[in-house]
Write a protein that binds this ligand. Structure first.
Ligand code: ACO
Length: 335
């Protein structure tokens, strides 16, 4: 049995900064409401003509991760791409990345697990490496939310939260004594699927039918979120899945050097921090600047924490996520 570790990380966000005040010019909202409820000050949005899509942002993050891992694109054995906002209904973004990076015919897989997508993708990479099938797996989380949100007052409780961006990791076969990914823990609860969902366009909600059925309101091609219900479930599941990961590795909360929670809402992260009694140095948040970037939030935050020297060799790093599905997950790593 092999072990796996993250050998390189990278991230990319569009240049276009959209502040809460900018949003208040498009809908009935304000900076105080958004910051008080979510902690978000600004987010990045793709701008027409800047060339960014979910796949191209993923490629930009991936190129950095590959370089930092000290490998070349031809060393990549497998691409796992997590997103809820793919460029096309099909095929997935993974094959686009494979073509854009000019990697011969390596397999590519898309993971559709929303906010938990990056940890699910990391888990897939980890398993393929641990069985010995692959040596270098490129894991990407990328989202173009701004292209699919309702920026009128009707959509304000959802659209102010989300931002665009991408993060990537090269997961590599490691020697036993190097640490790396110790374990991953995955869960889902499909009975709450529609509590945070985007129904269409899909085979059940095709565009002409949507317009005919919903001329003015309740349009199912914008995301729906039962915000308070999501919040209540998130704080419980985040805590459970972190505890599960610690227990599986005989670790205590006090062993955590850095917790990187999915950047759903600063209030959720703060709730977890308080529950576990962690200091500000033990939890990394950057939602203030990027909003919630769903599958991209953990790799963007992990990259930034590493770049800022907040994670050192030998640290115990915990990743945790909760989101649409519902799905939730954690990963425990020795950096
Ligand atoms: N600006 C101003 N007012 C707003 C806005 C806005 N952007 N959005 C909603 N409001 C108004 C509502 O219309 C409502 O007004 P009313 O009382 O006159 O009817 C009032 O504010 C309260 O609305 P709620 O939706 O009840 O607001 P709530 O306090 O629940 O906050 C929020 C909404 C921030 C989404 C909260 O429910 C939340 O944080 N939920 C957690 C879900 C989450 O974080 N999701 C992120 C994505 S999922 C994930 O990644 C896990």
């Amino acid at each position: 049995m092999y072990t796996s570790k993250i050998a390189g990380m990278g991230s990319y966000v569009p240049e276009n900064v959209v502040t809460n005040d900018d949003l208040s010019k498009r809908m009935d909202t304000n900076d105080a409401w958004i910051q008080e409820r979510t902690g978000i000050k600004e987010r990045r949005h793709i701008k027409d003509g800047d060339g960014n899509t979910t796949a191209t942002m993923g490629v930009k993050a991936a190129r950095i991760a590959i370089e930092r891992a000290g490998i070349t694109k031809d060393d990549i054995d497998f691409i796992v791409f997590a997103t809820l906002s793919p460029d096309y209904y099909f095929p997935g973004c993974g094959v686009q990345v494979q073509e854009m990076l000019d990697i011969a015919t390596c397999p590519a897989l898309d993971v559709r697990n929303q906010c938990s997508g990056f940890i699910y993708a990391l888990s897939v990479a980890d398993q393929f490496i641990k069985t010995g099938m692959y040596k270098n797996v490129l894991v990407i989380g990328s989202e173009n939310h701004s292209g699919g949100l309702d920026f009128t007052t009707r959509g304000r409780s959802v659209s102010v939260i989300f931002g665009d961006g991408a993060g990537a990791a090269v997961v590599t076969r490691a020697n036993d004594n190097e640490g790396g990914i110790l374990s991953t823990h995955l869960h889902s609860e499909g009975k709450y699927a529609l509590e945070l969902s985007l129904k269409g366009p899909s085979t059940n909600y095709w565009v002409p039918q949507i317009i005919e059925d919903n001329p003015q309101e309740d349009i199912p091609y914008y995301p729906y979120m039962n915000g308070q219900f999501v919040f209540k479930n998130a704080v419980v599941r985040f805590a459970e899945v972190i505890q599960e990961g610690l227990k599986a590795n005989n670790l205590q909360v006090s062993d955590i050097d850095m917790l990187i929670p999915h950047q759903a809402n600063l209030r959720i992260s703060q709730f977890i921090q308080k529950k576990f009694g962690l200091s500000n140095d033990q939890v990394y948040n950057n939602i203030q600047h990027y909003g919630n970037t769903t599958a991209a939030s953990i790799p963007i935050a992990l990259t930034e924490a590493w770049e800022n020297g907040k994670i050192k060799e030998g640290d115990t790093v915990v990743l945790a996520a909760f989101g649409s599905g519902f799905t939730w997950a954690s990963a425990i790593m020795k950096w």
